[in-house]
Write a protein that binds this ligand. Structure first.
Ligand SMILES: Nc1ncnc2c1ncn2[C@@H]1O[C@H](COP(=O)(O)OP(=O)(O)O)[C@@H](O)[C@H]1O
Ligand SMILES: [Mg+2]
Length: 232
């Protein structure tokens, strides 16, 4: 990627209506991310992490402030343009893998490519390649309920990556996994980052945040730099 500073939020605020009042959820958030970084956003429950993730992922927009993603000013885009950015630039991973239960692992990974209009053979090739990449070449024809929690999450990671997004955005990706499986998923994130993926991971767990190369803290909607971790 030519533009190394590809992501910048300036004085971002988010308010949600709460009865007659407005609840101030994100407070003057400033955040810059460079291509190839592995950043974690660490904060307790209710601190505004998912609200921030939704804005980063263009699922929601800020009430005020500026957000630039790969040179594009996000506030100025229409719903259709936002949907295009989501599908082309962002790979989402959530706490629960959110796989479609009636589709095999391979078909689940193909889904984003179906929406993108990629022809069937090419879809299949790329889905299989991604499933191999996450260590599931022998599970491609399994259905989600035939896979362990960690395997399901790896399918979700393959699905998030198959469209070759600029940024992998994960909200509590190990929240539903046991410790050992969580560590395996974290090892995979580290590998993907070493291969050049930009990763932003949101978590309330210090031990999980420590896998990233840089940590920012969010408390009550206020974001502060936490510096580099030991892994950097
Ligand atoms: N759609 C919404 N409408 C009103 N309040 C919301 C909405 N989404 C989140 N909130 C509030 O914003 C605060 C932060 O929520 P969230 O970003 O989900 O925190 P976290 O992910 O850190 O647990 C919480 O107090 C929550 O109740
Ligand atoms: Mg959350």
């Amino acid at each position: 990627m030519s533009n190394s500073e590809f992501f910048r939020m300036t004085d971002v605020n988010k308010f949600y209506p709460m009865g007659e009042e407005q609840a101030h959820i994100l407070k003057n958030v400033n955040l810059k991310i460079e291509a190839g970084e592995y950043l974690s956003v660490l904060g307790p429950s209710g601190s505004g992490k998912s609200t921030l993730m939704n804005i980063i992922g263009c699922l929601d927009t800020a009430t005020s402030g500026k957000y630039i993603l790969e040179g594009q000013e996000i506030e100025e885009l229409t719903e259709v343009e936002l949907a295009q950015i989501r599908s082309s630039k962002i790979g989402f991973i959530f706490q629960n893998s959110q796989l479609l239960p009636r589709l095999t692992a391979q078909k689940n990974v193909e889904m984003p490519l179906i929406y993108a209009g990629v022809p069937p053979r090419e879809r299949k090739r790329r889905a299989c390649e991604m499933l191999e990449r996450v260590g599931l070449s022998d599970r491609m024809q399994h259905y989600p309920n035939q896979l362990s929690g960690g395997q399901q999450q790896r399918v979700a990671i393959a699905r998030a990556l198959v469209g070759n997004p600029s940024i992998l955005l994960a909200d509590e990706p190990t929240g539903a996994l046991d410790q050992k499986t969580g560590r395996q998923v974290m090892a995979l994130f580290q590998e993907l980052n070493r291969e050049g993926r930009t990763v932003v991971m949101i978590t309330h767990d210090m031990n999980i945040a420590a896998y990233a190369r840089r940590v920012v803290h969010i408390i009550d909607g206020v974001l502060t730099e936490g510096g580099e971790t030991k892994d950097a």
